[in-house]
Unconditional design. Structure first.
Length: 270
């Protein structure tokens, strides 16, 4: 009897297809061609003697057995990441992936001293949901609320305030359609006064600095600018606590531990 009917490579590809719910998305994530993915998923089902997918026009939906296998493979992505980080550490500092909002990421980038001897390499990843942390798609996250999941360690940082900033004498606002509290507040209270839009927060700041309108900013960003002045009291509805989040296991990894300490010091200073 074959006690290893499926290769780790095929199981990793299955995990990618299961997570993406389509071959095309898995192809983009893995770099493996669509014909190869289709062939290897069929071979995996044949080797295991199980039907893992319900194939249809909407993609590859998992069967009950497919969902059970996906749960069994929950730690595989983390193992592959650790091996890749170990391999990279032979020549460079191991990467630590950080997910945060734009302004927090900017504060970290500015506050992080250039140091070639740093024992970890900074990698920013998109700021998605807390599930990114559970799937180990990021090592450290900065969030606006404490995580609900027990496997995520958390550390409260500081209270974050927002206010309106602009050049003296400038009326109106610059805004984006980003699904974040500050922009929702701006649209709710000053929609008729918005004079310019930009999808990128950095471009919104550029527009405000050029005098096209005022902007809502975290005070730790706005107060550090010499191009804009604060033109309101802190906005009570936008006040929140900032939380540093990491997976319970990952936080004990020396590079992640060093990054946690350095990022926490930067954000507390701000």
């Amino acid at each position: 009897m074959n006690e290893s009917p499926a290769s780790l490579d095929d199981l990793a590809l299955f995990a990618a297809v299961a997570h993406q719910a389509s071959l095309s998305a898995a192809q983009r994530a893995t770099g493996v061609s669509l014909p190869t993915l289709s062939r290897r998923m069929a071979a995996l089902e044949r080797d295991l003697g199980r039907t893992l997918f319900q194939r249809g026009p909407k993609g590859y939906a998992l069967t009950a057995e497919g969902r059970a296998l996906a749960e069994e493979l929950g730690g595989l992505a983390d193992t592959r990441h650790r091996v890749a980080r170990w391999a990279a550490s032979q020549t460079t500092a191991p990467p630590v992936r950080i997910t945060a909002g734009f302004w927090t990421s900017r504060a970290i980038a500015i506050g992080l001293a250039a140091d070639s001897a740093r024992p970890w390499q900074l990698r920013f990843v998109p700021a998605n949901t807390v599930l990114d942390m559970a799937r180990r798609e990021a090592d450290i996250g900065i969030r606006n609320s404490p995580p609900a999941h027990s496997w995520l360690a958390r550390q409260q940082l500081a209270e974050v305030h927002f206010a309106i900033y602009g050049k003296q004498g400038v009326e109106g606002f610059v805004a984006s359609n980003a699904d974040v509290p500050s922009q929702k507040w701006l649209h709710a209270h000053h929609h008729a006064d918005i004079r310019a839009y930009a999808s990128d927060p950095r471009l919104c700041l550029d527009l405000a600095e050029a005098g096209h309108g005022k902007i809502v900013l975290p005070t730790f960003i706005g107060d550090a600018l010499n191009t804009l002045s604060c033109q309101s009291d802190p906005i009570e509805e936008l006040r929140h606590q900032s939380w540093l989040v990491a997976h319970q296991d990952a936080r004990h990894d020396p590079p992640v531990r060093a990054a946690l300490d350095e990022v926490a010091a930067i954000l507390r200073a701000n």
